[in-house]
Design a protein around this ligand. Structure first.
Ligand SMILES: NC(=O)c1ccc[n+]([C@@H]2O[C@H](COP(=O)([O-])OP(=O)(O)OC[C@H]3O[C@@H](n4cnc5c(N)ncnc54)[C@H](OP(=O)(O)O)[C@@H]3O)[C@@H](O)[C@H]2O)c1
Length: 331
């Protein structure tokens, strides 16, 4: 299955937004490899999704050391696909990875120490068969390690050439401000923040979005479809093969029922907009220009295709916004 990238890939498939005040632009839709790219998944399906994404202007693929299962297998699979299909396109791609969650036993296998972060980055590069990643993230704040140490490790990753930019994920607003100040003082500005953000998860609206805007940091919203709850996947039942049906999926079956009432009501508005619920959930995030990119997951090329079409209508009138707000705030 020899792959030739579509010559049409930059022709109006994807909009690109500047990431904060940096020089880097990201596609408004990026593809994450948390689920569906691990050792338990069908390799060729993941490969088809990456090809489809790249052929349609999606230049950013997001990974982490622990994605799988088993942990590390998504990076390994990505490395194998990269070698086969994307090696000659390295300079067209933004590939990110992260360290923060448990990867190996003992006191140095998780959180935010310099020892863990820099060792993990070396391991990630080896698994992905890459010389460098574009973005290296601290995956979660560490309550015990001094923030200076974690940020100095990110700075070191960039200075050593193993990463081009530094990012943080899941950091609250106050720690984001502090992290940004430390990184700035080190000469490696914080490029991007990766928070969970969707219609169902809006903590970033309290303070974080204002903070990143002030600091000149971009935002990439993860789990924008609430792992599938903000799609038509579960409107009738929990289908075979869906994330909630899998023993290793992070969406638990008991999370589905409480969300369905709102999902059905939102689906009605999406239909009036001539969009799928997934498309409307993506558009709703992208209406805010502070959101650089929406980091979706997908289990098929069809889903990816559907999600990319969200860009056709990012505009909401006030009535639609009010109706959505009433559903989201309803009991
Ligand atoms: N920084 C962090 O701490 C963190 C944490 C979590 C995730 N992330 C990143 O964010 C990425 C995305 O997270 P996510 O996978 O939870 O994102 P998501 O976009 O909220 O959910 C993706 C799931 O929604 C379903 N779906 C997608 N498009 C659909 C469509 N058009 N119609 C019906 N169903 C659709 C699929 O479920 P099925 O599999 O059931 O088909 C898919 O696997 C991850 O891959 C990772 O890169 C980061």
């Amino acid at each position: 299955m020899y792959y030739t990238a579509s010559p049409d890939r930059y022709n109006n498939h994807c909009e690109y937004r500047r990431c904060g005040r940096s020089g880097l632009k990201l596609p408004v839709l990026s593809l994450g490899l948390w689920h569906n790219f691990g050792g338990v998944d069908f390799f060729e399906n993941g490969r088809s999704m990456l090809r489809y994404a790249f052929d349609h202007g999606v230049t950013h693929f997001d990974l982490a050391n622990n994605y799988g299962p088993p942990p590390g297998s998504a990076e390994e699979n990505f490395g194998a696909i990269f070698q086969k299909d994307f090696r000659s396109h390295r300079d067209e791609l933004i590939i990110s990875t992260k360290a923060g969650y448990l990867m190996w036993p003992g006191p140095y296998g998780e959180w935010g120490s310099r020892k863990y972060l820099l060792s993990s980055l070396v391991q990630s590069l080896k698994r992905m068969q890459l010389n460098y990643v574009d973005i290296f993230y601290s995956h979660r704040p560490d309550p015990d390690t001094p923030l200076e140490e974690t940020m100095m490790a990110l700075d070191q990753a960039v200075r050593s050439g193993k990463a081009l930019y530094a990012g943080i994920s899941n950091y609250p607003a106050d720690m984001t401000r502090e992290a940004a100040a430390i990184l700035r003082s080190l000469g490696t500005p914080c490029l991007i923040h990766q928070p969970k953000y969707s219609m169902f998860e809006r903590w970033v609206e309290n303070e974080l979005l204002d903070t990143v805007e002030k600091e000149g940091i971009g935002v990439i919203a993860f789990s924008p479809l609430a792992q599938g709850l903000l799609t038509d996947r579960y409107l009738n039942d929990i289908p075979e093969g869906s994330r909630a049906s899998k023993s290793w999926g992070f969406l638990k079956p008991e999370q589905v029922a409480p969300a369905i009432g709102k999902a059905k009501a939102l689906n009605e508005i999406a239909l009036q907009r001539e969009q799928s619920l997934a498309q409307m959930a993506i558009a709703w995030l992208l209406k805010d220009q502070r959101v650089t990119s929406v980091l979706i997951g997908a289990s098929s090329v069809e889903q990816l295709e559907n999600n990319l079409q969200a860009q056709k209508n990012l505009h909401f009138n006030q009535d639609q916004l009010n109706a959505i707000e009433a559903i989201l705030k309803g009991g």
